[in-house]
Ligand binder design. Structure first.
Ligand code: PMP
Length: 285
């Protein structure tokens, strides 16, 4: 996978895919000083690309790192990567991290903040499960208290529990895991936000300790435009039983229907299908 053709943008220039390497003493590898973005390019245009560039810079700022490129420069770099690889439909991964340098310890202000942008063709995140309704496990790990970690940042350190939760889910034959937060409220999946439907209205967890996804915000607005009531609130685990439909949102996940969470079942209903179709239309418009 490393030794393949293709171009990756690294610190201001395009390099060969196989040469896009970092040193083993990279600070980020030891101390998780890394932030990233996941974006999708549809028919030659990155959906909300500039918002993703701004979020990358904001995530870095929350981790006390300054990205040496403006959001506009990042936008141009992303387009250059897509063009160099000849892709019109692809997933784009931008990443910024504290590199190796003079500082070997926890504090590493003297080490440079580095940036790379890669892209690859990535189909449905949940594969065949996509329109049939994904099966979710219930994660044993919880989203942490905002007082313990900057949870607004799309930072690598916040994904350790996601990887463990998703591995455990896959071992049980599930596509993903739903996580509760530190208070026990329903939070999100390991890389996507979650929505529920009950009596024609939509309920989604209030994003006060996890990423308020760009797709989540897009879908909330879309529902409001459709005159559908959206309740952004704390959701108790006992309520899962009363919801009729459920879906996930995320750049990679797009709008993915959920058929099951633990022992709770949901139908892939009309509203779920409508939201998925409208989202697909919007990203390609
Ligand atoms: N939550 C987590 C933990 C994620 O990794 C993602 C994907 N970036 C999301 C939510 C959804 O965010 P977005 O819609 O901005 O892709």
């Amino acid at each position: 996978y490393d030794d393949r053709d293709g171009k990756i943008w690294m610190d201001g220039k395009l390099v060969e895919w196989r040469d896009a390497k970092v040193h083993i003493l990279t600070h980020a590898l030891h101390y998780a000083s890394s932030v990233f973005e996941g974006e999708r390019c549809y028919d030659g245009k990155i959906f909300k690309g500039h918002e993703h560039s701004l979020r990358l810079r904001r995530s870095a700022e929350l981790l006390d790192m300054e990205i040496p490129y403006s959001a506009e420069e990042l936008d141009i770099a992303k387009d250059a990567v897509l063009k160099a690889n000849g892709w019109d439909n692809a997933y784009v991964r931008a990443i910024a991290w504290r590199g190796s340098g003079e500082d070997m310890g926890v504090a590493a202000k003297r080490n440079p903040v580095r940036v790379a942008i890669a892209a690859w063709e990535w189909g449905n995140y949940y594969g065949d499960a996509k329109m049939k309704g994904a099966k979710l496990d219930i994660a044993k790990w919880r989203r942490p208290d905002p007082a313990t970690i900057p949870c607004e940042a799309k930072a690598a350190g916040l994904y350790m529990i996601c990887t463990m939760s998703k591995h455990a889910a896959e071992a049980k034959g599930c596509s993903d895991a739903m996580m509760f937060d530190y208070r026990g409220y329903v939070a999100e999946a390991t890389g996507a936000n979650i929505f529920f439907v009950k009596d024609g209205e939509v309920h989604t967890p209030k994003p006060d300790c996890f990423l308020n996804g760009i797709t989540r915000q897009t879908v909330v607005q879309m529902l409001k435009d459709m005159q559908i009531k959206v309740h952004e609130r704390h959701i108790m685990p006992e309520e899962l039983e009363s919801f009729e439909q459920c879906w996930l949102t995320g750049t990679a996940a797009e709008v993915t229907p959920v058929g099951q969470i633990g022992t709770y079942n949901f139908e892939v209903g009309d509203l779920t299908r409508r939201v998925a179709t409208e989202y697909e239309k919007l990203v390609r418009s």
